[in-house]
Design a protein. Structure first.
Length: 450
């Protein structure tokens, strides 16, 4: 079944589920009542809970809100916040990107009304316009010219009538009455702006444009996913040119992210991931599935220049470093060697490899780089090899120094040859490293990038 057909079928399937699940939440004393009376009592119970968590001294609710996925609108879940009052008023808040009137991306609150309806089951209805939520239902596209319809008047496939799916001690789950997306309502454990700030900080830490590929592993299997920085979990058997992939929507939390629906890896299931205690990975609810950034691939291909810690140089490297510095002075008395490291040089025909990082004036306010290419390969998870290329490749800056100071490239090459070998690598950050410890295991010499 295609995803489109699957989503079209969901309201029918979930409607049937509501009939089978609604009774599972009832207290025993309700079973002798009529179905309509049971729903009435259930509505009272839900409203009492919503209002109680919204009372003074409490932080109300986090509403993890999704819209139905389509080819055009398969984007992330949204953190909305709510305080529900006994008089039928509700205050919603968010800073999502579809807020109107110049509020996109800005923390905004709006008060409207809500109601608990009794249909085939309990329905939480936001029955008047609310700037925070109704934009997902409105047929007018908020991102385009005024009055322009979106999806032939279907809007973003959001819902403002939410049918009860699950009522548990720690959460309430609903599905959209028309489009079937899941909405999860949980008690908020901190002020709303703080929740948004903490969530944004966590997202920026684990999902970036630079490093946005991940391993999904358990004790047996390894898969991959990407696009987390877009709030998506695109699941595939390999990162480049996957044969097949599935995309799930995610909502970020202060501690990780949660997918709209559960998924499996082998015999393990997962839906929510939280960062572990030592910040090396994210792990699922039972700790059996881990999400690990593909930092080892990133460390072989990053373009930023990470310099070597000179305090870890061996005697040969210390001597070569001094000789390279002296040769730079022969080229230009205003140049001095700042460091040697890895990354992408800036010398005309830029190369990824070993970079000689120089001060280009005596005030040490300007820098230049000279590059010589090496091969960095991921041999296994956390294991990287450094090898020579078939022929020595250098950038234009390196060649300019060589032209005036013959033997300069050969001296740099001597230093580079001390690094050829295989290393176990421990990054300084497992989600976006800016260096790490390279421990020699076969040839080479242990060094640190920073």
């Amino acid at each position: 079944m295609t995803y489109k057909k699957l989503f079209l079928a969901l309201p029918v399937v979930l409607g049937a589920m509501a009939l089978t699940t609604s009774c599972s939440f009832e207290q025993d004393e309700y079973f002798d009542e009529s179905a309509s009376l049971r729903v009435t009592h259930q509505n009272e119970n839900i409203k009492d809970r919503l209002v109680a968590q919204s009372s003074a001294g409490k932080n109300g609710w986090v509403i993890q809100y999704f819209v139905a996925g389509t080819d055009d609108y398969n984007f992330e879940g949204f953190n909305l916040f709510g305080r529900f009052y006994d008089n039928g008023k509700v205050t919603l808040a968010s800073d999502h990107k579809f807020l109107r009137n110049g509020n996109a991306g800005k923390y905004t609150e709006h008060t409207s009304t809500y109601e608990m309806l009794s249909e085939e089951g309990s329905v939480l209805a936001f029955n008047t316009w609310n700037d925070i939520l109704t934009v997902f239902v409105d047929p007018v596209d908020p991102t385009k010219a005024p009055g322009q319809l979106i999806n032939n008047g279907e809007g973003m496939f959001g819902d403002q009538n939410l049918v009860l799916k699950k009522l548990a001690d720690d959460e309430i789950q609903f599905y959209g009455e028309r489009h079937g997306a899941i909405t999860r309502v949980i008690p908020c454990d901190r002020p709303w702006q703080q929740y948004l700030d903490d969530t944004k900080a966590l997202k920026n830490r684990i999902a970036t444009a630079s490093l946005n590929n991940y391993y999904v592993i358990n004790d047996v299997d390894t898969m991959f996913f990407k696009e987390l920085n877009k709030g998506l979990f695109t699941y595939c058997e390999r990162i480049n040119d996957p044969l097949q992939k599935k995309t799930f929507k995610c909502v970020f939390t202060p501690n990780g992210f949660r997918m709209e629906r559960p998924e499996t890896l082998g015999e393990s299931s997962f839906q929510e991931f939280t960062i572990n205690n030592d910040s090396t990975c994210l792990q699922n609810e039972d700790g059996k599935v881990k999400v690990v950034a593909c930092w080892d691939n990133y460390m072989t291909s990053h373009s930023s220049i990470w310099t070597m810690d000179t305090t870890l140089y061996n005697d040969a490297q210390k001597s070569l470093f001094a000789e390279i510095d002296a040769l730079l002075h022969q080229f230009n008395t205003g140049w001095s060697l700042k460091g040697i490291g890895f990354g992408k040089s800036t010398g005309g025909n830029s190369l990824n490899g070993v970079v000689v990082y120089c001060y280009t004036n005596t005030a040490k306010t300007k820098t230049n780089t000279l590059g010589i290419e090496v091969l960095q390969n991921r041999e296994a998870y956390g294991k990287i090899s450094i090898k020579p290329t078939a022929s020595v490749k250098t950038d234009n800056n390196m060649n300019a120094v060589e032209k005036k100071v013959p033997g300069f490239i050969a001296k740099v090459q001597e230093f580079v040859e001390t690094l050829y070998g295989t290393y176990d690598v421990t990054p300084n950050d497992y989600f976006l490293p800016t260096g790490g410890l390279y421990t020699a295991t076969d040839g080479g010499t242990t060094f640190k990038l920073q």
